[in-house]
Design a protein around this ligand. Structure first.
Ligand SMILES: [Zn+2]
Length: 256
């Protein structure tokens, strides 16, 4: 029976194996190099296992954040909570703040929205506490002394002396000084993130649905805003946000 011809790969493996065995037998240096390599590979493997165990909790959290099973964690890069808050439209932002206080056991009356009643967004109260919350979801500007003074006027009108002002980009020094004098608390982005963490936002469907809601609502009538393309004028061809309630509501907003 003719001897079967080996493929080049089989021959290479046979020769390399032979050389390896020969090296192990005749050369102590070769043995030492092989043993060291195996040891180093083993240590690297142990290190990798330790790293995976150490980061397990974090990966599971990310997977929970995204509402996905833990097994698919590596396909997700979840934006940080502060970014989610920043991505919200004014309407969801106000809803989010209301949901935070409701979760903390307060009852919340929403007066803001499209037609703010005397500049008040939310009245928040429980048996022993009552305050007005103003949400200014500015992402690029600091709240200045003028806005705090207006809020102060609102508090006086409503005869509720305690107020909380919430914005994302922070406050000017003058605004802070005025607020300090008048029992107004100023909350910024970090405070909102902290409040969300305090109420375990991940397990609160009202909060998660507000965070995931990407609609833009008309500040005049609360209908959804839709992308439109200008057909006339110097900006013909460019896009803008228009109210879906058009022509009854003619609100428009530049694309951001
Ligand atoms: Zn509208």
């Amino acid at each position: 029976m003719p001897r079967r011809r080996n493929s080049p790969i089989e021959e290479f493996v046979a020769v390399a194996g032979g050389l390896f065995v020969l090296g192990m037998v005749v050369s102590p240096q070769f043995r030492a190099v092989v043993l060291l390599s195996v040891g180093a590979a083993f240590l690297l493997f142990l290190g990798w296992i330790a790293y995976r165990i150490g980061t397990k909790g974090r990966r599971e959290m990310q997977a929970v954040d995204a509402g996905c099973p833990v097994s698919s964690w590596n396909s997700i890069t979840e934006p940080p909570l502060s970014e989610k808050v920043r991505a919200l439209d004014w309407f969801q932002f106000e809803k989010l703040i209301a949901a935070i206080y409701e979760t903390k056991g307060y009852s919340v009356k929403r007066l803001g929205g499209a037609n703010p009643d005397g500049g008040i967004d939310l009245i928040v109260e429980n048996a022993s506490d009552r305050f007005v919350v103003q949400c200014k979801q500015w992402k690029a500007w600091k709240v200045g002394v003028r806005q705090v003074r207006e809020f102060l006027g609102t508090l006086t009108d409503s005869r509720i002396p305690k107020g909380i002002f919430i914005t994302l980009q922070g406050y000017t020094d003058d605004a802070r000084a005025l607020a300090d004098k008048h029992n107004i608390s100023l909350l910024s982005e970090e405070s909102v993130v902290k409040l969300l963490e305090d109420v375990h936002w991940k397990f609160n469907p009202t909060i998660t649905s507000a965070l995931d809601d990407q609609r833009k609502l008309c500040p005049r009538c609360e209908s959804e805003l839709v992308l439109r393309t200008a057909t006339r004028g110097s900006g013909a061809g460019s896009q803008f946000w228009g109210c879906s309630n058009y022509p009854r509501c003619k609100f428009t907003m530049e694309l951001r």
